[in-house]
Design a protein around this ligand. Structure first.
Ligand code: ZN
Length: 207
């Protein structure tokens, strides 16, 4: 294995590029713009990937503040509005002896978004400043962030169900608050930040 010239080399060093649509490998010199199999646009590295990811990640960092400070739902009971932030909502779940649901909401609404933002920021910083940190671990972290992404809409799903179930006109109703919109922005922005990131950049950082 030690004499194999390919071992330890990145695709780019071998002049190879991956089509993200059909996962076919092709020679960059022979097919510089389109995949020879499915004709999708192809490149060695996605253009401005790091900048796009940073822009979206910073957006989510900004919007996570109103998402936690402002009310996420308003409970309307006998014409009186009771606002609830994410955190006060969790506390009232604990007080109502719904500890399991409180833990799920805490994980989905507070822990997961913070973890995603922190992990993505770490990966982007490591790539940007060529930190000497295990590239394999960076990739595993990214795969985790990407996988969690599809579950982060869970909280909004809960709100939409609550709104539908509790809506009894003026007697008892639940309305989404400003934080629900902010939270949506956080979820969508982190999803797209992860999507914009070209994982192949991780392997360039060793240079
Ligand atoms: Zn293809």
């Amino acid at each position: 294995m030690a004499n194999n010239p390919i071992v330890g080399k990145t695709g780019r060093e071998q002049g190879l590029q991956l089509c993200k649509v059909c996962e076919n490998y092709s020679q960059y010199k022979l097919h510089p713009t389109r995949c020879p199999v499915c004709a999708s646009p192809i490149n060695l590295r996605t253009k401005n990937s790091l900048q796009k990811s940073w822009a979206l990640l910073i957006t989510s960092m900004i919007f996570i503040i109103p998402a936690n400070l402002y009310p996420i739902t308003y409970l309307l009971k006998n014409n009186i509005r009771y606002p609830d932030t994410i955190f006060s909502g969790i506390l009232s779940l604990v007080e109502s002896d719904m500890l399991t649901i409180a833990i799920i909401v805490f994980i989905a609404s507070i822990l997961v978004p913070i973890f995603k933002i922190a992990a993505l920021a770490f990966i982007l910083l490591a790539v940007q400043f060529k930190w000497r940190f295990s590239q394999r671990t960076q990739l595993q972290l990214f795969v985790m962030v990407d996988w969690i992404g599809k579950w982060s809409i869970l909280d909004l799903f809960v709100i939409s169900i609550m709104t539908a179930v509790f809506d009894k006109g003026h007697l008892l109703a639940v309305y989404p608050g400003l934080a629900a919109t902010s939270f949506t922005v956080v979820v969508v922005a982190t999803l797209f930040a992860a999507h914009s990131f070209d994982t192949r950049l991780i392997w360039d950082a060793k240079k």
